[in-house]
Write a new protein. Structure first.
Length: 135
């Protein structure tokens, strides 16, 4: 009988394999999946490469966004790295980042003030973009 842990590892390996699919939609879905909980930090080198060299601009953008989302949520990341990632996500007006940042702000008493400010600034840019898009 295959254990749950083995099934999870197989699913994670499948996502990594999909990053190199010839089909663009498959690659795009895999790029986005890597940054969803539980995040696949082992995909970071592939995502970094795709964020620079992927021919499809939509996939390249999603890869960059996934890299930044993973940097923001990486518990062992330097505060400076997390701040830069938050600033970049705000500049991108990343709708995918909004729930992640909102979750971070729920724990703002545990975050340095400068990181809280970066979260709030990024979220304001994202929400402003959302409200303009709805008009």
């Amino acid at each position: 009988e295959v254990t749950r842990a083995v099934r999870i590892q197989v699913r994670r390996a499948e996502v990594l394999l999909r990053l190199s699919s010839r089909d663009g939609e498959t690659r795009l879905a895999a790029v986005k999946k890597c940054a969803q909980p539980p995040r696949q930090m082992e995909a970071m080198p592939f995502l970094l490469e795709m964020s620079l060299n992927e021919p499809d601009s939509k996939i390249r953008h999603a890869a960059r966004e996934s890299v930044l989302l993973m940097q923001v949520t990486e518990e062992n990341a330097e505060q400076d790295q997390r701040s830069k990632a938050l600033i970049a996500l705000g500049a991108m007006k990343s709708l995918r980042a909004a729930p992640v940042i909102e979750e971070m702000l729920l724990l703002k008493s545990e975050l340095p003030a400068s990181l809280v400010a970066n979260c709030e600034d990024a979220l304001a840019k994202i929400h402003q973009h959302q409200s303009l898009a709805l008009q």
